[in-house]
Ligand binder design. Sequence first.
Ligand code: ASP
Length: 601
Amino acid sequence: MLDPLGGLERTHTCGELREQDVGKDVVLMGWAAKKRDFGIFTFIDLRDRYGLTQVVVSEEEAEDAHTKAKSVRGEYVVAVKGTVVKREEGTVNEKLPTGAVEVRVIEILILNEAKTLPFELEKSGSQNLASEDLRLKYRYVDLRRRFLQDNLMVRAKALRKMREFMDSKGFVEIETPILLKSTPEGARDFVVPSRIHSGKFFALPQSPQILKQITMISGLDRYYQLARCFRDEDLRADRQPEFTQLDIEMSFANQEMVFRVMEGVLAEVFSLSDAKFETPFPRMTYADAMRRYGSDKPDIRFGMELIDLSGEFEGTDFPPFAKTLEAGGEIKCIVASGCAGYSRKILDGHQEFVKRYGASGLAWIKLGDETTSSLMKALGEEKINSLAEAAGAENGDAIFLVAGRKSVVAASLGALRKEIAKAEDLVPKGVYKPLWVTEFPMFEFNEDTENYDPMHHPFTSLMDEDVPLFKRAIEGGEKDLLGKIRAVAYDIVINGYEIGSGSIRVHQSEIQSLIFKAQGLTPETARERFGFFLEALEYGTPPHGGFAAGVERIVMLLCGTDNIRDVLAFPKTASAQDLMMDSPGEVDKDQLDELGLKIAT
Ligand code: ASP
């Protein structure tokens, strides 16, 4: 028989009692995390969101309560009434904030029972023993873990800090609809069929991009939203089909103004952690980031930059390198300090690793080690020395070289740089190194469609210097030039993670039309998809710009986890399923009929 809660109220939480509370009569409620029977004493560790308190029931002092306590099992929900006492010497638990005291129980209420859990909570720390699928199916159980509860609390605090900061700077929180029309951010849309308008669909926002720009046209001046975004992308472990962004937009803004706001809000949010966070953030152009780190999201907590050795190899007769240079490719290297002693096995591992990024192989030079590579034999000592000098390498170092197309060299060496840094423990812990990456290309070539797609989105303005080039590309039909045009677009990167993106926007309807044209949309398609927006731009649009920062990424950094599911209460799996609710699921035939839909397969 369960006990009713009745009018009973908690006096304290399970994380609250300290030595100064000794002598108080208290009521605690929570889950029985653990129970130990010692003859006339039964101990229960009572747990709630706030912590854990040991309660003890003695057969002598409270016979009925003791009998009841003995029937308590793991995760039963119980309430106890009792008195706070000091724990006996030797039984104090230093690790527990409540560890100096315990509650001597006089009455216990069993509010609810619990089945045996599908996995043990204690054994499922962040390095979990139970499979993640099992934990996601029983998410309500998993969420009882301290680690996940702490993460959710960090998330809540981060959201509050964001709101407080944005409010203090005069930004207005505006909610935009979820049932929308396509707002492209380079992913597929999630669509929702309309019952009333049979055969028509809403799209869920990939971001509120167009709407936030429209609030600027409306004169709202400064907008922000903790916006839920939906993107139907190909599966990737670190992505979720829905996520939250701190989305901002401001009128009469230049890049500097957006930078100041974003640096301000992030400094505020990261003040939740002990690590130092300096503003203003350093800046690096996209071209420099790619050249120096082979990545547009470089982790600048450590060096090991990519060094171009193409010039050094001019006229080489080392066949793979000669071929690369002939084909217009490049040869770059990284220097792994003190790694000349790398074994064959490690070298082979790195070979395989760069191949995953499209490299045809990895050449190496070891300085001051007996083993030699085919490249070293081909070069001879003198050339090795001059290469070492060009690369800034010293005795005891290993130089890793990749030859190939620019994009392949960047991707493979950039990834190897991170891999070696991890293996050699070169990444400092407990620091955040933010960076602005600026001057992104406006378009990138899509090999599948042979079109130029906007790298960020089509609403990004071009750099003034590149407008003539853009006009030549469009009006002169020199499409290849599109790849050279830079946008006033920028990302924030912290510790190698892209935290968010933004740009100064196009605010003239004609230029917006030209960008749609450049990306291959016919005027009809552009009008059909974005006609309302092109028209809106004609009714007095102020220059404006903004940014969107990914809340999950920020909270992941704050919580020190690289699993996005650890910072969401109810995440989807990497294959976009909710295992607890078992969604996506099927719908009734009636519902389909009402929507005028038929399942074809
Ligand atoms: N809408 C963009 C995004 O979601 C951000 C922005 O340009 O403000 O990435």
